[in-house]
Design a protein around this ligand. Structure first.
Ligand code: PEP
Length: 254
């Protein structure tokens, strides 16, 4: 039985005050659900992680980073290591978000190094995969998702891969207001689960959580979550408003 998972990606938004206010409202509003019925995590900007972790210390809401660097320490100006994120109390880390792939230029090989470093250092990676609009139009969705998964998970054995959460995020649906239909989401999620089954085995595939991301709102969460292979949601814009993210958290518990 896969527990639902609602994760918020704040991207480069909020400040210390608004971020702390946001998580204080979330902690209060989700106190009866978070941890028990649904895994809840927020991924604030690096510089606010520690303030957010402190503000959430009595709650069951976990905190994740939006990125990490795969080397343990050294001359990597501007980068943040897994050990640093663990040191301040992070639990999760997004890896390969489409904005990092398509705006910053991260390759599958770099994403794989980050996923591997996260697991080896005790963080739980959320590996984002998904196709561009032109790739969907030219029926390359399965090919792209296969590449992201095979390369992103390369070298991970059965035990390590279980630390990973997959997030299917069609790039054309991120921040655009366009959401994949529940049928489109289920089709790709099932494809991903079958692929995980081939890459590993059926038990592992059935245990791994696959989140959907792309313009998720309180009003479309329940219909997405009603699909057998949609185990949760990765939310950008709507995770910045307490009322909306609380609505999504509640709707993700069926
Ligand atoms: C995201 O940033 O992962 C995302 C899905 O954004 P949005 O919900 O705004 O589309």
């Amino acid at each position: 039985m896969r527990k639902p998972f609602a994760a918020g990606n704040w991207k480069m938004n909020t400040n210390r005050k608004t971020g702390v206010e946001l998580v204080s409202s979330l902690a209060e509003g989700a106190s009866d659900l978070a941890g028990e019925d649904v895994t809840v995590a927020v991924c604030p900007p690096f510089v606010y992680l520690e303030s957010i972790i402190k503000a959430l210390h009595n709650s069951n809401i976990a905190v994740g980073a939006q990125d990490l660097y795969f080397e343990s320490d050294g001359a990597f100006t501007g980068e943040i290591s897994v050990a640093m994120l663990k040191d301040i109390g992070c639990t999760y880390c997004l890896c390969g978000h489409s904005e990092r792939r398509h705006v910053i230029g991260e390759t599958d090989e770099l994403v794989n190094k980050k996923v591997t470093a996260a697991i080896n250092g005790g963080l739980l990676p959320i590996l984002c995969v998904g196709e561009l609009l032109e790739e969907r139009k030219s029926e390359k969705t399965n090919e792209v998702v296969t590449r992201h998964l095979e390369k992103g998970l390369a070298g991970l054995n059965d035990e390590k891969v279980l630390a990973v959460t997959i997030a299917y995020e069609p790039v054309w649906a991120i921040g655009t207001g366009l959401t994949a239909t529940p049928e489109q989401a289920q089709e790709v999620h099932l494809f991903i689960r079958n692929l995980l089954s081939k890459m590993y085995n059926e038990t592992i595939a059935s245990e791994m959580r696959i989140l959907y991301g792309g313009s998720v709102k309180p009003s479309n969460t329940a219909e997405l979550m009603a699909n057998p292979d949609v185990d949760g949601v990765l939310v950008g814009g709507a995770s910045l408003k307490a009322e909306d993210f609380l609505g999504i958290i509640k709707a993700s518990v069926q």
